[in-house]
Design a protein around this ligand. Structure first.
Ligand code: RNT
Ligand code: ZN
Length: 418
């Protein structure tokens, strides 16, 4: 290891020890945290099951940076490259449209066997897998409604798709020996003001009950429902709203999925985490970055990201939270996007773990808000960067900006040649 890096770490270690923080313990805790990387950053949510399905569902990927993955082999190669720059053992979140099969199948026909090659690859990579039914970018979703459609045929199609998705989640969990989180998100909604706000929600509730009717071992598959406030083209009404999904998760013993971009612009999920976890056993996060809307920008090291990490660490909620990523930027190098977002998330978690939380909590209980403010402000400039660099080096991945040289090289050698 680079001697300067080690010296910087030793100094940081002392400085943290002086405020009662054990840097070794923090790094050990960080090592245990798995982040679920979203496969869809690599190919702009195209998937490989259908040839010409346009992206629908009120989400959008913008940009035309060269080198996107055009098949499963390329996507895996890109993910492997990204993972080589990210410390730790993690998970990959797949969407149904990433099925690996030569068969001409539709979404209501997917089976575990269509994902077998992903399982084999995940095993070889030491990765866990999560899953998502793809309830968009499909002719059956063209009316803007899927599982809550008033058309029974449409509803049945999506119910079948979700049931099968759940079985794939169970299959992933069993094969990989770690729980798969299967996340259900539906774009269903109206562009303009509806008359009936109740019936679609009623239909969604009944449809979900049907989807989850098959008994399944929660050890292998965990179901999560993701809410949203609005989507492009569905600005006036979203069936799967916050109240709908939270209520559903609480009443049915499911996990709730909080996406950072799915609330009004001044609302933050960092403050929702501890409330939700009072009422649900587990939580899924889609860590994303909304810029004016649910724009899914690459996660940066901003205040809200740090607040999310603090919520999890300070509340002792890491064990019940599954941390997933959800962003898609096609205007920059897509592999770099993964690395930037994931490293930032891990960095924020490390920084939160390097806080003397017990001391600060006591000050708060004592009503000493002056000390609380004074100390938290000083701790902000404590040398967590030195601990991060050391952690990366220990974990065998590049520290500092070194990872970027590798991605640049990869861009020249691989991405630009596609
Ligand atoms: C959409 C949701 C959803 C998707 C992915 C692709 O607003 O955030 O999670 O981004 O399933
Ligand atoms: Zn999401």
């Amino acid at each position: 290891m680079n001697e300067k890096l080690r010296q910087a770490y030793e100094l940081a270690k002392e400085q943290y020890a002086a405020i009662g923080v054990d840097t070794e313990k923090a790094m050990e805790q960080l090592k245990q945290i798995k982040v679920s990387l979203h496969c869809w950053q690599g190919d702009d949510i195209n998937g490989f099951l259908f040839q010409d399905n346009a992206l629908t569902g009120g989400i959008q990927v913008t940009g035309n940076y060269p080198g996107k993955a055009t098949n499963i082999k390329e996507l895996r190669q890109d993910i492997e490259k990204a993972l080589s720059c990210i410390p730790g053992k993690h998970k990959l979140s797949l969407h149904a449209i990433y099925a690996d099969t030569e068969e001409k199948i539709d979404l209501d026909e997917i089976e575990p066997k269509h994902f077998e090659s992903w399982v084999n690859w995940a095993k070889a990579q030491g990765l866990g897998l999560d899953f998502n039914p793809t309830c968009f970018s499909h002719p059956m979703a063209d009316t803007g409604f899927t599982i809550s459609s008033a058309d029974e045929k449409v509803r049945e199609f999506w119910i079948e798709h979700c049931k099968r998705s759940r079985r794939i989640g169970d299959y992933f969990g069993r094969e990989l020996g770690q729980k798969c989180v299967t996340n259900y998100w539906f774009p269903d909604g109206y562009k303009d003001i509806p008359i009936d706000r109740e019936a679609p929600r009623h239909r969604m509730m009944t449809a979900l009950d049907e989807v989850f009717s098959e008994p399944m071992d929660p050890q292998y598959n965990l179901d999560a429902v993701e809410s949203k406030v609005f989507g492009i083209g569905a600005e006036s009404y979203t069936v799967g709203s916050n109240e709908f999904c939270l209520g559903y998760a609480v009443s049915r013993g499911k996990a709730y999925c909080l996406d950072a971009g799915h609330f009004h612009p001044t609302e933050v999920i960092s403050d929702k985490i501890p409330s939700v976890l009072l009422y649900t056993k587990e939580l899924l996060l889609h860590v994303s970055r909304p810029v004016r809307w649910d724009s899914d920008h690459v996660v940066i090291f901003d205040d809200e990201l740090n607040a999310i990490a603090q919520s999890l660490v300070r509340g002792g909620l890491l064990e019940r939270t599954h941390i997933g990523l959800d962003f898609f930027d096609a205007s920059i190098n897509r592999v770099a996007a993964w690395v930037i977002g994931t490293r930032n998330l891990l960095k924020a978690l490390l920084r939160a773990l390097l806080e003397p939380t017990g001391t600060l909590k006591q000050l708060e209980l004592d009503g000493d808000y002056t000390s609380r403010l004074a100390l938290t402000e000083e701790y902000k400039t404590y040398p967590f960067g030195a601990v991060w660099d050391y952690y990366c080096a220990q974990m065998g991945v590049p520290s500092g900006t070194a990872w970027f040289d590798e991605i640049r090289q990869y861009e020249a050698d691989v991405l630009r040649k596609r």
